[in-house]
Design a protein around this ligand. Structure first.
Ligand code: SF4
Length: 194
């Protein structure tokens, strides 16, 4: 059996965590009600915020949300208690929607790695969009089949597959499938299907 080795730092950290946990449990055990402090902190955060109703973009459940905005900046997103679908709750994924908008770790630039290259290079969005469009057209034109070998009408390419992501809304998906069908793409799928 492998030995379990605890460093002094992790042991102290665990001890502190246990102590804090014990103190917290002790407070609860003594009947301390922490809800007012939590509620007040939340109230301060969204005080004077404008509220906008919205929908979680992540899956087909379509939970309703409320977005709080202060000075044109999103400060909070939470489940909408008026919703008959989720009644104010959100699953862990939905509870992290805020990070879609505010996240310093998100890339802000298109990165491109040329065939055979080992490094990524920044690329202008317009340039990247033009490159994608050119490659899609080239692939579609070179693989388009008007008729099958036995003479049946096909008018399709099987070289392109469209996979939508969960953050695509109804309207985007509608336009997306129109574009794909116009190109002759047959397999069109979306992870969310809202
Ligand atoms: S991802 Fe979670 S919060 Fe979002 S719609 Fe689905 S169940 Fe609701």
């Amino acid at each position: 059996m492998a030995d379990v080795v605890l460093s002094r730092r992790s042991l102290l950290g665990r001890s502190a965590g246990l102590a804090a946990g014990s103190a917290f449990a002790g407070l609860l055990g003594l009947g301390a009600d922490l809800r007012p402090a939590t509620t007040r902190a939340q109230a301060l955060r969204i005080r004077d915020a404008k509220t906008y109703p919205s929908v979680c973009p992540y899956c087909a459940v379509g939970c309703d949300t409320v977005i709080h905005v202060v000075d044109e900046k999103i400060v909070n997103i939470e489940g909408d208690v008026r919703s008959p679908i989720n009644k104010g709750t959100l699953c862990p994924k939905g509870a992290a929607i805020y990070q879609l908008h505010e996240n310093p770790n998100r890339g802000q630039q298109v990165l491109h790695r040329a065939p055979g290259a080992t490094e990524w290079e920044a690329m202008e969005l317009e340039e990247a969009m033009d490159a994608v469009a050119a490659l899609v057209k080239e692939t579609r034109d070179s693989t388009f089949v008007e008729q099958t070998a036995d003479g049946k009408t096909a008018m399709a390419t099987t070289a392109i597959f469209s996979l939508g992501g969960a953050t695509m809304d109804n309207e985007w998906n509608h336009i997306q499938q129109k574009l794909m069908r116009g190109l002759g793409v047959v397999p069109i799928e979306n992870q969310a299907r809202i």
